[in-house]
Design a protein around this ligand. Sequence first.
Ligand code: ZN
Ligand code: FE
Length: 256
Amino acid sequence: MSRLTIHQIPLLQDNYGYLLHEPQAKVTAVVDPAVSEPILRALAKRDWSLDYILNTHHHYDHTGGNLELKRATGCKIIGPRHDSDRIPGIDLGVSDGDTARIGGAEGEVIAVDGHTHGHIAYWFRESRALFCGDTLFSLGCGRLFEGEPEEMWESLKRLRILPDDSLVFCGHEYTPANARFALSIDPDNPDLLARVQEVEKKRTKGQSTVPSTLEMERRANPFLRADVDAIARAVGMQGASPAQVFAEIRRRKDAF
Ligand code: ZN
Ligand code: FE
């Protein structure tokens, strides 16, 4: 297995696309290209040719660049098999337990329904890199456009068990707004307070807050802590199931 070089590319308002390069085999992929131009520029700058697009889900701000990139580079498009109809130009559908190969780098496919039906994440173990689209955000999680709270909670638990040092490459820079909401739920959590300070510092310098680590998210992200007593108490739901607590936190965030 090989390690990837990863470049984050800000797209549209607050999206992140990611350029992945496997240096031994000289194979390059892009995760969730909202648009094509910045991706083509980033490729040209490094003299890389694009071999694959990896999509996490069908939303236009993750697939909008698919067809133009395919036309310009001849790349192959990999995306969720269970959502093939909605992934423009898809060549290869993958589902839970499959492997997406970028040269010698192997990305495990993890099904994470909730934000949309068919949403998948890619976990490159050797690179400690998780590409989770709009499922897990730093200090937040995606809106439930097509799924039930129970599904999203199960999906987040599947991501939560990855190693501490996993880097969470999510689909958007939503961290400052997520931080404000997280403080409304869990104001005395020292790990959250430390993360909020770090986020403020980075944003005043114009820096990205992504990737974060899974260890930090597990400690500070209220959506990963729906099964912690203190969080259930904070939303007045002691004795409720974690999925119910999660649903309440998600409902509050939608109204925040
Ligand atoms: Zn989305
Ligand atoms: Fe999105």
